[in-house]
Design a protein around this ligand. Structure first.
Ligand code: NAP
Length: 321
């Protein structure tokens, strides 16, 4: 075998292994690698992480994963009772690493932008520091493109984009004043944020916009860490509250019996992405993970677009394939 043939063989092997990993893993390869060999979550012990949308689903699961390693938390959402349950759960799994005062409940409606600054002051008064803001609160959507009322486009953007950008700006200003710009901003985006899916046009656009806002931020402030965490279908109750195309509408469906990654696993992976200060990561079961890789490649995206009907794409994202 010539040297060139040997190099080519290695190259082919490399790609074969990569494609196999895309099929068998439930997240991107770099995130899986960090979960095994990266910085341990215990390095975040004592840090203060503010999670919005912490009352259920991915936010709750992330809070529990971080609490297990003694990370101090601020839990925000509108439903106080659910936040109290998450606080209890965090204290239980922390097994003495955290006291009640280390898990602050801070109820807030993300849509009330005029309350964001006072919420930030509450965090700083309580902990005297903030290390990471995780923008997780958000609502999804199910609607035909042609049926979406423009008010729905606006309302979804208000919550999934503008509220996030507004709160992040306040926190970034704090990072600039306190630490010369060192700090960490994270957001729960979605695979739909870089690979559009059918029947969620506004949601796809909102998550694309969110990604762009955060990537642009990173290009301006190099000392700042920015993590965009993009889940595929996750087993949470998010479809209950998801927007439809009509103003005031909610999908009101359960995701039970659909093939989805568990919220707990998603929370664990999110925590790994934070501890390792990763920029863009994603998670999802086969074939979502494989498709996410294809979507990052323009040629494969074109091929997928040509051979996959909107019905097939929808079945995959609803965990029915
Ligand atoms: N589940 C999935 O398949 C999936 C996939 C990709 C991305 N995501 C993203 O993951 C994030 C979390 O969703 P999830 O799946 O965990 O669903 P979820 O259980 O419904 O969580 C949504 C969270 O957002 C909070 N929230 C909603 N509106 C709010 C508002 N106006 N002000 C403050 N908090 C608000 C909710 O709390 P309150 O109701 O108590 O306010 C809840 O804690 C979202 O950004 C979603 O887009 C989910």
């Amino acid at each position: 075998m010539t040297f060139l043939e040997f190099v080519l063989l290695l190259l082919v092997l490399y790609y074969v292994i990569y494609v196999v990993l895309w099929i068998v893993l439930d997240c991107n390869v770099a995130l899986w690698y960090k979960s095994r060999f990266g910085v341990s979550l215990s390095t975040m012990r004592g840090q203060v992480v503010w999670i919005t949308g912490a009352s259920s689903g991915i936010g709750r699961a992330l809070a529990v994963s971080l609490a297990r390693h003694g990370v101090r938390l601020v839990l925000s959402a509108r439903r106080q009772e659910q936040l109290e349950q998450v606080q209890d759960e965090c204290l239980q799994v922390a097994r003495g690493l955290l006291a009640q005062k280390d898990v602050l409940i801070l109820p807030m409606d993300m849509l009330q932008l005029d309350k964001h600054q006072s919420a930030l002051y509450s965090v700083l008064n309580h902990f005297e520091r903030l290390d990471v803001l995780v923008n997780n609160a958000g609502r999804s959507q199910r609607a035909n493109w042609t049926d979406i009322e423009i008010q729905v486009d606006r309302e979804l953007f208000e919550l999934d984009v503008f509220a996030v950008v507004h709160l992040s700006r306040l926190v970034v200003r704090y990072f600039l004043e306190q630490n010369g710009g060192r700090g960490h901003i994270a957001a729960t985006s979605s695979i739909a944020g870089f690979s559009p899916v059918p029947f969620s046009a506004t949601y796809c656009a909102a998550k694309h916009a969110l990604n762009a806002y955060l990537m642009a931020l990173k290009t301006e402030l190099r000392k700042l860490d920015v993590t965009i965490f993009a889940p595929g279908p996750i087993a949470t109750d998010f479809l209950l509250e998801a927007f439809t195309g009509a103003q005031g509408g909610k999908v009101g469906q359960s995701t039970a019996n659909q093939k989805r990654l568990t919220a707990e696993r998603c929370g664990e992976l999110f925590a790994v992405a934070l501890a390792n200060k990763m920029d863009l990561t994603w998670c999802g079961l086969f074939p979502v993970n494989l498709m996410a890789y294809c979507a990052r490649n323009a040629t494969l995206t074109k091929i997928l677009g040509q051979y996959m009907t909107e019905k097939t794409l929808n079945k995959i994202r609803e965990g029915k394939l």
